[in-house]
Design a protein around this ligand. Structure first.
Ligand code: CA
Length: 219
């Protein structure tokens, strides 16, 4: 999953980016509302973490403009006490909010839930053959036994599971698993796919030449 963090406060922005990268997210960042909107319109992020008080263009304005073209899930960070502001954010199309100061774990859990809801799958637990994936606990089991995956391997599995049944192109996978600095010409993706296959079985992630990758493809 690839996330955009729009936050002007450098310490908080760094802390958010670190925590997200630790979880395997690809992360892009913006320090003001204008850059944030540009990036949000240019890329199909899996979610945006959006501060409300921003230089250039505030979070409300960014959200209002973004919603004219895109339905990217948005988690608002609000320092405001006023419930009205939070409601206003939700009215403008934010999907959820956390109030500052917050525990990073809480923010990460909200973000996971929000991405899962937007993928249209209500269920947290998915079984495909002998593989069970718990999207909430972030645990993958093979024949009942927990398999250790790296953060990036887990993210690859989660992304394909949330889009299971569909073929996902190589470019789409690069866009959602790596940040704007990664090159699609690299073999990063192949390395992760091959490691996941070694751990979860060679046919768990299927490949079709020229089409892409899929878990549990329908047709
Ligand atoms: Ca701010």
């Amino acid at each position: 999953m690839r996330v955009l963090v729009v936050e002007d406060e450098p310490d908080l922005r760094s802390a958010l980016i670190l925590a997200l990268r630790d979880e395997g997210y690809a992360v892009d960042e913006a320090a003001d509302g204008i850059e944030g909107l540009e990036k949000a319109e240019d890329w199909d992020y899996d979610a945006i973490v959006l501060d409300l008080m921003l230089p250039g263009m505030n979070g409300f304005e960014l959200l209002r403009d973004l919603r004219k073209t895109k339905q990217t899930p948005v988690l608002i960070l609000t320092a405001r006490e006023s419930a009205e502001d939070n409601i206003r954010g939700l009215d403008l199309g934010a999907d959820d909010y956390v109030k500052k100061p917050f525990e990073l774990e809480v923010m990460l859990a909200r973000l996971r839930a929000l991405i899962r809801r937007s993928a249209g799958h209500g269920s947290n637990e998915v079984t495909i053959g002998d593989i069970e994936v718990d999207l909430n606990a972030r645990v993958v089991k093979k024949s009942g036994k927990t398999i250790q995956l790296t953060a990036k391997e887990l993210m690859l599995v989660e992304f394909l599971v949330q889009h299971r049944g569909r073929w996902i192109s190589r470019t789409q996978l690069y866009d959602h698993l790596f940040d704007e600095m990664a090159s699609t010409a690299s073999n990063l993706l192949d390395v992760h796919v091959s490691r996941v296959r070694k751990k979860l079985g060679s046919d768990f992630i299927q490949t079709r030449r020229g089409v892409g990758y899929s878990i549990d493809p329908r047709g």
